[in-house]
Design a protein around this ligand. Structure first.
Ligand code: SF4
Ligand code: SF4
Length: 299
């Protein structure tokens, strides 16, 4: 099985890196001991490398653990982790000389019940766009078509199905229905590589963005604010949806912006180190198009 072969190679590489002192810590995955999905793991001694695992439950995006780390790290990077690392480098959040990227070709991860993990369902990136060493899979087997219940081309019930064609009240209802479930625990923000501000806008008290009454408008403000901050930066890892304790499916909103950026500017976050992010550049000829309104230059 391809995973086992990749795991053996990964262990070999990590043992060498730690033994030769090339890195101080390896950030990877290990078993959660309860039979659930793999959990993040920090390995500092060559003898402990055997605890690392690589299988189809390695769902967490590990990139965030690299930020502000002073020591030299090696990180096990799926394509979505690697895309986040590309963004960190572009956004000056990491010193690339201190980060050794062990890229893993990835067929898509699964949840503990065997269903495709959010983000993996519609992912088309199987090889990390950046790595120092690539551990290839023998044969990348993606999910069967029947499993792709959310494939954006094939499914009418897809969470990424664009709601832009819907009537305004239907769009609002969809958004409000998801908001009713949200308990504002902020797990989605904590799991997202892209949310690394020391003080999130929602926690600033001048003005007070987070009032005492946690009504639906507060939740809408948080999620709309987060969506705007992630516009053109989402690496489509699905972490926000996977960690939500309330089953809120709000990723479609950010996905709308991701698709819009791709359609309008041909830009997908984290795919190319040398590409300037769509929202970090402009030209005077840009059309003022956005999800809040129509094309401002139409008339
Ligand atoms: S993780 Fe879920 S419940 Fe928590 S703030 Fe995010 S959407 Fe709301
Ligand atoms: S918004 Fe969600 S899918 Fe996008 S990068 Fe953040 S956690 Fe991943």
């Amino acid at each position: 099985m391809s995973f086992k072969k990749q795991e053996n190679q990964m262990i070999e590489v990590c043992t060498r890196l730690l033994t030769e002192g090339e890195v101080d810590v390896v950030i990877g995955f290990s078993s959660d001991q309860l039979g659930g999905c793999a959990i993040p793991s920090f390995i500092r001694k060559p003898l402990d490398v055997k605890d690392l695992k690589w299988d189809d439950t390695c769902t967490p995006n590990l990139a965030k653990y690299v930020i502000e780390r002073k020591e030299k790290v090696a990180i096990i990077a799926k394509p979505c982790d690697a895309r986040a690392l590309v963004m960190y480098q572009i956004e000056n959040q990491i010193d690339r000389n201190h980060v050794y990227i062990i890229g893993m070709e990835c067929p898509g991860m699964k949840l503990s019940d065997g269903t495709p993990a959010p983000g993996c369902q519609e992912c088309t990136v199987r090889t990390p766009p950046i790595f120092d060493i690539l551990i290839e899979a023998d044969k990348i087997q993606t999910f069967e078509v029947s499993e792709l219940s959310s494939n954006r081309e094939n499914s009418k019930t897809s969470f990424v199905e664009s709601s832009m064609e819907w009537e305004l009240e239907d769009r609002l209802k969809r958004f409000q229905d998801e908001m009713q479930k949200c308990i504002l625990c902020f797990s989605c923000r904590q799991a997202c590589y892209g949310c690394y501000c020391k003080t999130c806008f929602i926690e600033r008290d001048v003005p007070n963005w987070l009032p005492q009454d946690l009504d639906i408008s507060t939740k809408m403000m948080f999620h709309l604010g987060r969506a705007m901050h992630l516009a053109g930066r989402c690496v489509e890892c699905g972490a926000c949806e996977r960690v939500c304790p309330s089953g809120v499916k709000i990723r479609y909103l950010i996905q709308e912006l991701t698709d819009l950026c791709h359609e309008q500017y041909g830009y997908r976050a984290g795919m190319d180190m040398n590409e300037t992010p769509a929202m970090a550049t402009f030209s005077l000829g840009d059309r003022e198009i956005g999800f809040l309104g129509g094309d401002q230059n139409e008339s």
